[in-house]
Design a protein around this ligand. Structure first.
Ligand code: NAD
Length: 346
């Protein structure tokens, strides 16, 4: 075993709770601003109603990649209401807005996740301004309390469940070979991968399966936790470059890239145990797993054209994250060309 550093983070996680009840207990007598995307506004409104006088207001304009102009409007409302707590209800977009407000106002931050993105357990905030996405790490950004309520994920469509689950698994795969990997994070990563590997096929067949939903949320928590505790490599670099500069959807992009980035890094010895879970060959094993769940396989389906490949490869390699295998513009262009067309990984 190599020497390692393991940084614990201060957060209170309550798993498999009734979020509507637990949130009242956590908020106590604070003045809360409840956050959601427009799509989940009515669910957020019901949660706000349950908070009664503890809810100072509702902001339902959270959006993917945390646009700074949206954050500024939410912060203005937070100040106007003299709020001192945010409750983010939803996927990574709502969580991101909660983090952005907490970063600026250092208030109590509660997250109620409804996808498998995992943002709720990381101290990472990605923000978009003038078409550019920048990422920061700060202790203020990590939610103080996370309430996992599997019943809130029953309405997540099968396609979103599958892509979001693959997004979570990507966090864990990259944690296994991170430069600052450690046995604790690797253990959580493998456990998270196994939980999602067993839950996603069940959910694909029956999205109302509560035990599988619980298992998937457990996996998402573990995968998110390792994303927040060790560094990320090629997979996340590519996903950030494509999401930030080509406006590709977050979970779908992760899902499509995953078999290709894992095939690229398969030589990293730390992946052997994970590869065994997928039949020994991680690239083709993950591609087959994704295909069996009807996950999207081609970036071309989301407007990423062949003509975009060269620019994306340049962007992704201009300022690369550390990766176990050297990253060259030419190799990444080949990888992206397969992901663009939906071909199996090389
Ligand atoms: P999302 O939050 O944008 O959700 C996608 C859509 O699904 C939204 O319309 C949302 O309202 C809806 N939705 C969410 N949960 C639902 C449910 N249970 N039932 C029905 N509809 C539901 O998507 P996401 O993939 O969860 O999050 C993506 C965002 O999170 C991106 O901005 C990404 O950068 C960020 N993210 C950040 C981190 C981090 O650590 N900073 C980690 C992962 C993702």
């Amino acid at each position: 075993m190599k020497p390692f550093t393991y940084q614990t983070m201060q957060a209170r996680v309550r798993f498999d709770v009734d979020a509507a009840t637990a949130v009242c207990e956590e908020v106590k007598d604070r003045r809360t601003l409840v956050l959601s995307t427009p799509f989940q506004a009515s669910d957020a409104q019901a949660l706000a109603k349950g908070l009664g006088a503890r809810c100072a207001g509702l902001f339902t304009e959270a959006a993917m990649h945390t646009p700074v102009d949206v954050t500024e409007r939410a912060v203005a409302l937070f100040d106007e209401l003299s709020a001192d707590c945010v409750v983010a209800f939803g996927g990574g977009s709502a969580t991101g807005l909660g983090k952005a407000i907490a970063y600026r106002r250092d208030c109590l931050q509660i997250a109620i996740p409804t996808t498998y993105a995992g943002s709720e357990v990381t101290p990472i905030l990605g923000q978009t301004e003038n078409g550019l996405k920048t990422t920061l790490r700060d202790a203020r950004v990590l939610p103080d309390v996370v309430l996992y309520d599997p019943s809130l994920t029953l309405g997540l469509t099968v396609s979103m469940s599958v892509t979001s689950g693959l997004n979570a698994m990507a966090h864990a795969f990259e944690a296994l070979y991170a430069r600052d990997s450690n046995p604790v994070a690797s253990h959580m990563a493998l456990e998270g991968i196994k939980a999602l590997q067993s839950a996603l096929p069940v959910i694909a067949g029956n999205p109302q399966h509560r035990e599988a939903r619980t298992q998937a949320l457990y996996g998402a928590w573990l995968c998110g936790t390792v994303l927040g505790s060790v560094g990320m490599s090629l997979h996340h670099k590519l996903a950030h470059a494509l999401g930030g500069s080509f406006n590709l959807p977050h979970a779908e992009t992760h899902a499509i890239l995953l078999p290709h980035t894992m095939a690229y890094n398969a030589g990293a010895a730390e992946l052997a145990e994970a590869a065994a879970l997928f039949g020994g060959d991680l690239g083709s094993g993950l591609y087959g797993f994704a295909a069996s769940l009807d996950a999207p396989l081609a970036l071309g389906g989301y407007g990423f054209e062949k003509a975009d490949i060269a620019r994306a490869a340049k962007l992704a390699t201009a300022n690369p994250y550390w990766n176990p295998r050297p990253v060259t513009e030419q190799d990444i262009a080949i990888l992206l060309s397969r992901a663009q067309s939906g071909a199996a990984p090389a």
